[in-house]
Design a protein around this ligand. Structure first.
Ligand code: NI
Length: 402
């Protein structure tokens, strides 16, 4: 008698080399957000080879359906993102990016290849489980407004509607073989701030004849920090960082304007909106009080990502069953943002981290770096684990096989 867990492990092992080959192909052919044409064609080709029905959603996005043969009306969804980043890869390998200036530096090649592996496993086992698995291959995680919101608007979560959505992300700080999970609020919301302070430029030796936007901008940067430190309960993480401040004058020239760009992140949607208003009010008021003016534009990014508590608990059990209790780590909330958050705002969802670090092999580079890579042994876990979570969530976990 073999359990579903054993069968999934066996198929995952058998297809590991194919998953690696797919990941390497995708790695060598990265495409930027909303331009995943070849990637999308590759995924469709693979799905067609497996006779898995699919539909295009939101341009390059794809939703595929695997229907278990046993009677069940349960539906769950698994999601992988497909886009790459505008980074020039400096790794040298047989599958180094062939698309100069574009690189899978966030592991979305691994996510896509892994989900294709999961599709293969579930497709081979479909006679032995009940319910529907939706496979979501999503474009544009890396670029606002993100691909998730477009796919949701175009109905990827409708007809049939899943009761749970799962996603995974490679993580170079977690050793290969281990999985990280954070229960509850797991990743931050992210908004982009664009601030232009207008003054009146002139000679640096005649400040009284000018309105110095550099001084106004300096006050604004300092004043806005009190929004995050004095207006919200300190147990709600909030951060504000300005990473770009352009005052394009000179040693003795006060410029006409200063442009600033920054990011605001938090874990509370109500506070997020309130903070936007406070920041705008303070900046505009401060500029006016000093004789200048201020344009303050906020481009809303992704909401915060929630791993619903009961679903996270159930997922954790699956993780422990698949990789062993000692290999599942509770991780802290992460201030990075991820558009998987959109699914989590409308349907119970769980997003976990797949360890891809291997110090022995020298695989330690951070996400979004030109030397990022993964320990491909993680793909063996990534593909099988998602298949296992799917069938367990569809309540087929106790099914045994001869
Ligand atoms: Ni990513």
């Amino acid at each position: 008698m073999r359990t579903l867990l054993e069968l999934i492990r066996e198929i995952a092992t058998n297809i590991h080399a194919h998953v690696i080959a797919d990941r390497r192909h995708l790695h060598a052919h990265p495409e930027l957000s909303f331009n995943e044409f070849e990637t999308s064609a590759f995924v469709k080709k693979r799905l067609a080879e497996m006779c898995i029905p699919y539909q295009a959603v939101h341009n390059t996005g794809i939703v595929a359906i695997i229907q278990g043969a046993l009677k069940s009306d349960r539906v769950i969804a698994l999601r992988a993102d497909m886009d790459a980043l505008p980074i020039t890869e400096t790794n040298v390998s047989a599958f180094t990016s062939l698309n100069h200036g574009v690189m899978h530096a966030c592991g979305h090649d691994a996510h896509t290849a892994s989900l294709l592996g999961t599709a293969k496993i579930l497709n081979e086992l479909k006679a032995d489980f009940g319910g529907t698995v939706k496979l979501i291959f999503q474009p544009a995680e890396e670029k606002l407004p993100g691909g998730a919101i477009g796919m949701i608007k175009e109905g990827v979560l409708d007809d049939p509607r899943p009761t749970a959505v799962f996603g995974q992300h490679v993580m170079p700080t977690i050793p290969c073989g281990k999985i990280g999970i954070c229960k509850g609020k797991a990743m931050a919301s992210m908004d982009e701030l664009f601030v232009t302070v207008h003054g009146k430029g002139g000679h640096g030796a005649e400040p009284h004849k000018n309105i110095d936007p550099v001084l106004i901008a300096s006050h604004i940067i300092v004043a806005l920090q009190q929004v995050v430190s004095r207006n919200i309960d300190p147990i709600v993480p909030s951060l504000l960082s300005f990473g770009r401040v352009i005052a394009d004058g000179a040693i003795n020239i006060i410029p006409d304007k200063v442009c600033m760009e920054g990011t605001f992140r938090t874990f509370d949607e109500e506070w997020r909106i309130a903070a936007h208003e406070k920041m705008q009010r303070i900046a505009i008021g401060m500029a006016e009080s000093m004789g200048g003016s201020c344009d303050f534009t906020i481009v809303k990014g992704y909401p915060h990502l929630i791993n619903r508590e009961t679903l996270a608990d159930r997922t954790r059990i699956c993780l422990e069953e698949y990789v062993g209790k000692e290999n599942v780590m509770e991780v802290d909330p992460w201030m990075a943002a991820e558009d998987f958050a959109y699914y989590s705002q409308v349907i119970d969802s769980c997003f976990y981290l797949l360890g891809t670090r291997c110090e022995k092999k020298g695989i330690t580079a951070s996400l979004h770096s030109s030397t990022f890579t993964i320990d491909e042994d993680a793909l063996l876990i990534g593909s099988g684990l998602m298949a296992y979570i799917a069938v367990r969530q569809l309540d087929n976990g106790q099914h045994a096989f001869d």
